[in-house]
Write a protein that binds this ligand. Structure first.
Ligand code: ADP
Ligand code: MG
Length: 595
């Protein structure tokens, strides 16, 4: 039998050595998990990647208590078939590869079949999923609610069923409950939340066509629309108008690489590298040699120590990239690294050399309005919209106090989209007419809606021709329950047999004719399986009835739009979070014209 030895050393304490032994599997696993699951953000990363691998177009992440108390990632991807759900959390269990050779054809972010297993060894995990095929059940067939399982301490402790649209929700509770050393290593919630926010921004940028949503301790911290346009995503993330300051990059050698992306012009230069983002085949990576190439590309064209806003999507043949070199898969090796680096460097150079001098430095990132929005609690419906207005009011950092807007004199309309207006102090304001009107209508709807809760009479506009909308089965059920609430908004809607609904009226006010063409879309929002459906619907209604860009406005119309805008609680941001006003101060003019 082996025994413990004690060795005398130079130090005060003797060193003890235990005999060699193989760790119990459960101890070994907990240690291995630490390599992948370093902190809460690692869990979010793995779960978001699983959602992306499942083809999700809508990914919602919720974090409580710095992620140690609860982390939840919910997607609308293809889901997990029922007969597999009980095994997905086991080690080396994956649907993504079957052999080592498959690695060279990898199209997915995951492949090791270890993430869920690792998370399950250091936390309690609940997986709820519904596979996409099960939803298209034949007529008359009863829909089965989705299956869920809870895993704790290496075994399934609970299981059950509940309703769910196709997709997967993974909830992770009590992270590191059995790894005290790791817990001690965690910094405060703020820091951990910060990591999560940064990661989510990165994925939002990497996947502009996916709608991302991050809620931290019941506050909306990030929200993108999944428009598919990177410039829009960046504007949503940073609350800045970026379309004109981003330049596209598109290069390819037709064989080893294709590079798409955007680089911000000089206005956007930053003092750290945080806004330089590179994706290889959809995977966010850090590749030192590429990093150097990038810096070479902009060195000399930007002030020293400054970095551009840069987002690059590099596509290479899967067999020319080795993704299996890092536990968290954030490093890769490229077969033709040098050629790619040279191409990158040159692409950046070309753009920056043509980038005009900045009119005025843009504060970057912009005010984080969204993070200030308080979300409705489950029992506080009907109240929350008034509260979110409070959030906006407190946080509007762009110019636009009521007094200033009231006193604006419209001068002209630019591209039939932007009102140019002079302030009494001689400064210039640019006002986006569509967004301004959207804000006005949104607040009007919100007010009347809150009014309806107090039994006030709603103003509705009867449609000459009722509109028929077709819902999916689960949507039809939700919509049916919400009909009284819709009535409260002036939307008279009734079930028309099966999954069809008849809409007879829309909210009164301006722009109702425009709404008719969008009834299907709006009905789908009203049937959203989410607690913010009411706010989404109000935003949708406002957006669809607001003045379009391209509408000519007379001076009187411009004036009354500005007046109405001044009356709103957040005249500087549209309900989606994009800016309404741009301000060119007098000081700016004096400075730039050298008066
Ligand atoms: P990997 O992603 O490397 O395959 P994971 O442990 O992350 O390993 O996931 C194991 C398996 O569980 C996946 O291969 C996939 O089949 C399934 N899975 C996990 N998350 C999801 C999800 N959000 N949607 C659909 N399937 C999922
Ligand atoms: Mg995975």
């Amino acid at each position: 039998m082996s025994q413990t030895y004690s060795y005398e050393t130079e130090q005060d304490q003797p060193i003890e050595r235990n005999p060699l032994r193989t760790l119990p599997i459960e101890v070994a696993e907990r240690i291995a998990a630490g390599e992948v699951i370093e902190r809460p953000v690692s869990v979010v990363k793995e779960l978001v990647e699983n959602a992306l691998d499942a083809g999700a177009s809508d990914i919602r992440v919720e974090v409580r208590g710095g992620g140690l108390r609860l982390l939840r990632v919910s997607d609308d991807g293809y889901g997990i078939p029922e007969d597999e759900l009980e095994r997905v959390w086991m080690r080396h269990t994956t649907s993504k590869i079957g052999s080592f050779e498959d690695l060279s054809r990898l199209q997915t972010l995951g492949f090791r079949g270890e993430a869920l297993a690792s998370i399950a060894t250091v936390a309690e995990v609940t997986i709820l999923s519904r596979a996409i095929e099960t939803e298209v059940s034949g007529d008359g067939q009863q829909e089965q609610p989705a299956l869920w399982i809870t895993v704790r301490g290496g075994e399934i402790t609970q299981r059950g069923r509940r309703a769910r649209v196709h997709g997967t929700t993974v909830t992770v509770r009590d992270l590191f409950y059995n790894v005290p050393a790791r817990l001690n290593f965690m910094r405060g919630s703020r820091t951990e939340n910060g990591y999560v926010l940064q990661l989510m921004r990165r994925y939002a940028v990497g996947y502009p066509a996916v709608r991302f949503n991050l809620v931290i301790d019941e506050h909306m911290a990030l929200q993108t629309s999944g428009s598919g346009a990177l410039a829009t995503t960046l504007a949503e993330l940073y609350h800045l108008p970026l379309n004109e300051v981003l330049h596209p990059i598109d290069v390819s050698d037709g064989e080893h690489y294709t590079i798409h992306g955007y680089i911000g012009n000089r206005v956007l230069v930053q003092s750290n590298r945080q806004y330089v983002t590179v994706f290889i085949n959809g995977r966010w990576v850090e590749v030192r040699s590429l990093q150097n190439a990038l810096e070479q590309g902009y060195r000399g064209l930007l002030p020293k120590g400054k970095h551009p806003l840069l987002v690059l999507y590099l596509i290479v043949p899967p067999e020319e990239v080795d993704v299996n070199v890092h536990p968290a898969k954030t490093e890769v090796r490229l077969a033709h690294e040098e050629a790619v680096a040279a191409a990158l460097s040159q692409a950046i150079r070309i753009v920056l050399e043509r980038s005009p001098a900045s009119p005025e430095a843009i504060q970057f990132p912009g005010p984080t309005l969204a993070s200030q929005r308080r979300l409705p609690g489950p029992r506080r419906r009907g109240l929350h919209m008034a509260e979110s207005a409070e959030g906006y009011r407190a946080e509007v950092a762009l110019p636009g106090t009521k007094d200033v807007i009231v006193s604006l004199q419209p001068l002209a309309q630019l591209q039939q989209a932007v009102i140019l207006a002079e302030a009494p102090d001689g400064s210039l304001y640019l006002v986006d007419q569509h967004r301004a009107h959207e804000r006005v209508i949104y607040e009007h709807l919100r007010k009347t809606y809150v009014g309806v809760q107090n039994n006030e009479v709603m103003d509705a506009h009867l449609l000459l021709e009722p509109v028929i909308v077709e819902m999916k089965r689960y949507q039809a059920e939700l919509l049916e329950q919400r009909l009284p609430m819709l009535r409260g908004l002036g939307i008279e809607c009734e079930r028309f047999g099966g999954r069809s609904f008849l809409i007879r009226s829309v909210p009164g006010g301006e722009g109702q004719e425009q709404l008719v063409a969008h009834m299907q879309e709006l009905a789908e929002i009203a049937a959203e399986d989410s607690t913010d459906w009411e706010d989404h619907l109000l935003i949708g209604l406002a957006c669809r009835s607001a003045l379009r860009r391209g509408r000519e406005l007379g001076n009187g119309e411009q004036r009354s739009l500005l007046k109405a805008l001044a009356e709103t609680t957040a005249p500087a941001v549209c309900p989606h979070g994009s800016p309404i006003l741009l301000h060119y101060s007098r000081a700016f003019l004096i400075d730039k014209f050298d008066w």
